[in-house]
Design a protein around this ligand. Structure first.
Ligand code: SAM
Length: 275
C-alpha cells in the first residue's frame, strides 16, 4: 500500500510526499521528531509535522543562511548557530578557513542524535574539532555571552513554541550585544507569500537594532510556497556592497558570488514589506 505524508503548510494548503520508509518517530522533550525516506526528496526531517530539511534541497537553505554573512564579514573567526541541530549550517560554516570555532546551541539533543544517525550527509561536520555543541536554549546562551561572536546565525524552527522568542526586538538586542564590533546576524524569516506580517515585523525589529538591515531570498522547493526569506542585521559591513572578489571560491551548489549581490533584489510585494 502506498504511504503519503501530508504537511499542512498553512491552515488551508498542504504538501504531500510519497514515503518509502519511516526511519524514526518519537516525542522528545520539545517536539515530535520524525525522519522519513521519501521518493521525491530522499530522507527528510520533520519537527511537529513540519519539514525542516531534506537531502534533495537542503543545500539551498544551508548555503544561503551561511555564506552571505560569512563572506560579507572580512574575517569571521567565531560563529554561533542558534538551533540548526541537523548540522547543515555548521557544515557550511566550516568551509570558511578563517573560522576557528563554530558553536551550535541547540535546545533539543534528540535532533542532533537522530540527524547524526540518519542524515550523515547533513550532520557530517558536527564531529569536526572546530565545532562545539551546547545543548540549551539559544535565548539564554546569547544573554550570557557578550561581545564574543563575529557572526550569529539563527537557524530555528518557525516562530512558535521554543522558537517564539528567537523572532523579535528583545532577542535582536541581545544578539547585538553578543556580537563583536563588526558583527553580523542572519536568521531564517519565513515565507513572505504566506506570512507577510511576520516578515514585515521581523525586518522592522531588526532595523530598530542594526545600522544595516537587509532581506534576501532563496528558492527552497520543500518550504511553504517555495519562496523563502532571510533577514540580516549588520553593525558595519553591507552585504550588497562588500568586496568579495578576493574571497576563496567555495564548494557550493546554490551560492555564487553573483548571487551574493543578486539575492537582495526583491520582488515588489516583498520589497514593500521592508518599507
Ligand atoms: N532549516 C530549518 C527550518 O527553517 O525549517 C530549521 C532547522 S533546525 C532543525 C531548527 C532547530 O531549532 C530545531 O532542531 C529546534 O530544536 C531548534 N530550536 C528551536 N527553538 C530553539 C531555542 N530556543 N534554542 C535553541 N534551539 C532551538
Amino acid at each position: 500500500m502506498e504511504m503519503w505524508l501530508k504537511e499542512a503548510q498553512i491552515k488551508d494548503a498542504a504538501m504531500t510526499y510519497k514515503v518509502k520508509e519511516t526511519l524514526v518517530r518519537k516525542k522528545t522533550n520539545y517536539q515530535d521528531l520524525t525522519i522519513v525516506d521519501t521518493e521525491a526528496f530522499g530522507r527528510m526531517l520533520l519537527l511537529d509535522g513540519i519539514v525542516q530539511t531534506t537531502i534533495a534541497d537542503e543545500y539551498v537553505y544551508h548555503e544561503m543562511i551561511t555564506h552571505i554573512a560569512l563572506n560579507t564579514h572580512p574575517n569571521p573567526e567565531k560563529v554561533l548557530v542558534v538551533g540548526g541541530g541537523d548540522g547543515g549550517t555548521i557544515r557550511e560554516i566550516l568551509k570558511h578557513s578563517s573560522v576557528q570555532k563554530a558553536v551550535l546551541c541547540e535546545i533539543d539533543a534528540e535532533v542532533i542524535k537522530e540527524c547524526k544517525k540518519y542524515l550523515p550527509e547533513i550532520s557530517c561536520a558536527l564531529e569536526d574539532e572546530r565545532c562545539e555543541i551546547f545543548i540549551g536554549d539559544g535565548i539564554k546562551y546569547v544573554h550570557e555571552h557578550k561581545n564574543e561572536f563575529d557572526v550569529i546565525i539563527v537557524d530555528s524552527t518557525d516562530p512558535f513554541g521554543a522558537a517564539e522568542g528567537l523572532f523579535g526586538g528583545s532577542f535582536y538586542r541581545e544578539i547585538s550585544d553578543c556580537l563583536t564590533k563588526g558583527g553580523i546576524f542572519v536568521a531564517q524569516t519565513e515565507s513572505p507569500f504566506y506570512l507577510p506580517d511576520v516578515v514585515k515585523r521581523v525586518y522592522k525589529d531588526a532595523k530598530d537594532v542594526f545600522p544595516i538591515t537587509k532581506l534576501f531570498m532563496a528558492g527552497i522547493p520543500t518550504y511553504p510556497s517555495g519562496f523563502w526569506s532571510f533577514t540580516m542585521g549588520s553593525k558595519k559591513y553591507d552585504p550588497e556592497n562588500a568586496d568579495i572578489s578576493d574571497k576563496p571560491e567555495l564548494e557550493t551548489k546554490y551560492y555564487t558570488k553573483k548571487l551574493h549581490k543578486a539575492c537582495f533584489v526583491l520582488p515588489k510585494f516583498v520589497e514593500n514589506l521592508t518599507c
